[in-house]
Ligand binder design. Structure first.
Ligand code: ATP
Length: 682
């Protein structure tokens, strides 16, 4: 490697850093005081603050990780242009780019160019760093014919780098099949079926970052949301988007999402109830959407009396059958119950207006408006089309057999209706301990009444675990936007889980969305993934077995012993994070066994100011039910049969075990005293 070339690159890095500092200083000196009014001042101020955060320079994070040299025909400059690719854009005072954002169109060949299709690029360079210092580079000549050499030591080093702490970005090493998903058009919804560790979560987060870059104004207005399975998972991924300069995407769980709509009905309400699995499954069934829609619309009455309105000295009359026509017109307009309700007085007033015209008057629009606001019209409309409270509606359906029977007739069997009803209903919505499934029903009812605002883009992770009604809740929040749906059918562990992506996409309201499949795993080494894949025929027979791109075959040991502390201590002697995964029922016992070792128990509330320590501690104690989506360099898995038995049925248990077996990056110790699950083979 010519030293002078390396020095040139190091100089470019130093210069880029200096320019970034200059850009930051310039932003810091900007003043929003000159804005015309308070609103513009606030807006400008927040824009400056956002920009300052985006321009922060972390010396341990490489400012650029790659370079592309374009050929002369590319039209990007007469003598062929060269671009350094990094996490953010850095330019000289004249505007000349020093580092180009990885999301810019000019960066695409870094991820996709091949010798066969060089995309105008002659050279692709990757940089190696040590503690923020540029120490090496590696070139790929894309101009000369020949076979692609897939191997890259720098790429491999990046993939093999030990994991410590929260999830990190993968911008330096996004693979072509991942990049296609990341950069798909904003209007396209995509589902990604991916085996464990194939980068679904990473791809989803990078897609959010890409879209926020490519459609900044639109998505800043409309919003981008990432939905994950639980709080531990959100904590694990929360740094990825900020590291990419994106702090505007929300991150939430389905539970927090519907709890929020519960709170808009009453600020004191929270989710504090729980359902038996078979009841939760039934409450999550898509037929409930129809039950709720029926129950809401059944509030529209049948007119029996004419509407009579005095105008001046005269009285105008709209007979009941004409009112019936108006109601049926409003019902079939395709608007929400509440919107149609708001239109009814105007429609009635319009009819009066027509009658006034027929009788020789020539009333103008103001007359119609005042008739619509008049007492008799308002009272008549309110009685025919009453306001509906979503909480009262759901409470009534789940408390009153007669009400449920009317709404569910022909949709749910008698047994199903009996199962849905609360054994001891509370007297009112206010005293009801709403469960997650109830809150989802409430969210549905609220949407039948008033349209839920839609976001620009939603990324849904672990989507296989959502019930049809939960999928609908997400779908309505992206009715005018698009979705990235991530999941793995083999990791489905809820009784209401999705059986196919086609079905899930239907519930999400995006039946046309494309399904991509990822099978190249970046996390789990070969020996471990092959062991876990023994379960596939039992849990998802149609899925292709995953392969591992990891260089190391990994270490798998099956240890018959009861000495948990010993295995954990051995793992802690090594570099990287350690996850002790245990059946939920054995959490307390495991905690006692490792009491002397500093650790964090996942799922326990972590006080905000204590968040840092969560990742300073190298040992996490993880109940099997929270292992999903996480990864550790070393995993000690206690009692696999216990993990299986902790679930209501064998298939779900085996899927939970599959999740737990696929969390390890380097080593997996399976610790047991009794026999291993027969499905894992001899
Ligand atoms: N292109 C890549 N380069 C380097 N590392 C990658 C790449 N893609 C994924 N990874 C790494 O592989 C690991 C697994 O990724 P991720 O968690 O996104 O997978 P997943 O498909 O969501 O897994 P699971 O189904 O188990 O939740 C992460 O550490 C991630 O950083």
């Amino acid at each position: 490697m010519p030293t002078s070339e390396l020095e040139r690159e190091q100089a470019h890095l130093a210069k880029s850093r200096a320019q970034l500092a200059r850009m930051r200083e310039r932003t810091a000196s900007m003043d929003a005081a000159g804005a015309a009014d308070w609103v513009s001042r606030e807006y400008l101020q927040s824009t400056f603050e956002l920009r300052m955060r985006q321009l922060q320079d972390d010396p341990t994070v490489p400012l650029f990780f790659g370079r592309l040299d374009y050929d002369e025909e590319s039209g990007l400059g007469s003598s062929g242009a060269s671009f350094h690719i990094g996490r953010r854009h850095v330019s000289e005072p004249g505007g000349e780019p020093m580092v180009v954002d990885w999301r810019a169109p000019v960066s695409v060949p870094f991820y996709r160019a091949t010798k066969l299709e060089p995309m105008g690029v002659t050279l692709r360079r990757r940089y190696g760093y040590q503690h923020g210092t540029l120490t090496a580079y590696e070139d790929e000549d894309l101009a000369s014919p020949g076979q692609d050499d897939d191997y890259s030591a720098i790429l491999e080093q990046e993939i093999e780098r030990p994991r410590v702490g929260p999830m990190r970005d993968i911008v330096a090493t996004i693979q072509p099949e991942q990049d296609v998903i990341v950069r798909a058009d904003v209007s396209r919804s995509i589902a990604v079926q991916g085996a464990p560790g194939t980068g679904k979560t990473a791809v989803g987060l990078h897609r959010a970052a890409y879209l926020l870059y490519a459609h900044r104004d639109q998505l800043r207005r409309q919003g981008v949301l990432v939905v994950g399975p639980n709080e531990s998972f959100l904590r694990y991924i929360r740094d990825v988007l900020p590291a990419l300069g994106e702090i505007e995407a929300g991150q939430t769980t389905i539970e927090a999402m519907v709890a929020k709509s519960l709170r808009t009905l009453n600020a004191k309400w929270t989710i504090r109830g729980a359902d038996e699995p078979h009841v939760a499954t039934l409450k999550g069934d898509a037929r409930l959407a129809e039950v709720i829609a029926r129950a809401v619309w059944a509030h529209v009455g049948t007119p029996t009396e004419a509407l009579v309105v005095p105008v001046g000295a005269r009285r105008f009359r709209v007979p009941a059958y004409e009112v019936e026509e108006i109601l049926s017109d409003l019902r079939t307009r395709g608007v929400r119950y509440g919107a149609a309700r708001a239109m009814l007085p105007q429609s009635l007033a319009h009819r009066i207006l027509v009658k006034m015209e027929l009788s020789g008057d020539s009333p103008d629009d103001r007359v119609q408006a005042s008739v619509a606001r008049s007492k008799p019209v308002k009272a008549y409309a309110a009685q025919l089309w009453p306001a509906v409270d979503p909480a009262k509606l759901v409470h009534r359906l789940l408390a009153d057999p007669a009400a449920l029977q009317v709404a569910a007739d022909g949709l749910l069997t008698d047994d199903e209706q009996a199962a849905l009803l609360w054994a001891k209903p509370k007297a009112s919505p206010g005293t009801t301990p709403w469960s997650l499934a109830d809150a989802v029903l409430l969210d549905e009812a609220a949407d039948v009444i008033e349209r839920t605002p839609s976001l620009g883009h939603i990324v849904v992770d672990e989507a296989q675990d959502l019930s049809p009604m939960m999928l609908r809740a997400i779908g309505r929040r992206s009715s005018t936007g698009s979705l990235t749906v991530l999941g793995d059918l083999a990791q489905a562990t809820t009784p209401w889980a999705t059986r196919s992506w086609g079905e899930a996409l239907g519930h999400l309201g995006k039946p046309q969305a494309h399904v991509e499949e990822l099978t190249r795993g970046f996390r789990v080494p070969g020996e471990v993934i092959e062991y876990a894949a023994r379960l596939l025929p039992h849990i998802a027979a149609t899925l292709a077995p995953p392969t591992s791109v990891r260089r190391s075959r990994g270490e798998l040991s099956l240890v018959e012993s009861a000495d948990l502390a010993h295995e954990v201590e051995a793992a802690l002697l090594r570099e990287g994070s350690v996850g002790l995964i245990v059946p939920d029922a054995r959490l307390a016992e495991a905690e006692r066994a490792i009491a002397s070792l500093p650790h964090v128990v996942l799922g326990r509330d972590v006080p905000d100011d204590d968040l840092e320590t969560e990742f300073d501690t190298r040992l996490d104690l993880v109940p099997a039910s929270l292992a999903k989506g996480l990864e550790f360099d070393h995993v000690v898995l206690l009692d696999p049969e216990g993990v299986v038995e902790g679930e209501p049925d064998r298939v779900t248990g085996l899927r939970r075990l599959y999740v737990c077996l696929t969390r390890a990056v380097t080593s997996l110790v399976v610790l047991h005293t009794g026999p291993l699950p027969a499905e894992l083979g001899a």
